[in-house]
Design a protein. Structure first.
Length: 99
C-alpha cells in the first residue's frame, strides 16, 4: 500500500512499507542500523528518498502531520553503490512490498 501526502512546504511525498524476508539474511553486524533488517518506511519525493526504522505498526493511520514528522526523522538515503554486495537485496526490497 502506498500513501501520499503533501508536507508543510508543499512537497508531494509517497510513503510505503518495505518488508522483505531476504533482508533478514543480512547479518546484523554488517548493517549500519540493524533495525532495518525488519523493514522500513520508504519516503520518496522528487529526487529524494528517506528510510525510517523502526516504525509504528499503525503507520497507515498517521495524520499528515505525523507522517511529515516521521519523514523528517527518517534517514536520507545515499544510493547504494552498484558494486555493493547488498545492492541486489536493497533494490529488490524497495521494488517489492510484502506488507
Amino acid at each position: 500500500m502506498i500513501t501520499r501526502f503533501i508536507d508543510s512546504k508543499g512537497r508531494d511525498w509517497t510513503v510505503r512499507e518495505v518488508k522483505d524476508p531476504n533482508l533478514a539474511m543480512i547479518p546484523p553486524y554488517l548493517l549500519t542500523d540493524p533495525e532495518f533488517a525488519r523493514g522500513w518506511l520508504l519516503f520518496e519525493s522528487s529526487g529524494e528518498k528517506r528510510r525510517l526504522a523502526p516504525y509504528p505498526d499503525d503507520w497507515r493511520q498517521l495524520s499528515v502531520r505525523q507522517l511529515e514528522d516521521s519523514c523528517l526523522h527518517a534517514t536520507r538515503l545515499e544510493a547504494v553503490p552498484s558494486t555493493s554486495a547488498f545492492f541486489p537485496v536493497a533494490r529488490a526490497a524497495e521494488r517489492t512490498t510484502l506488507a
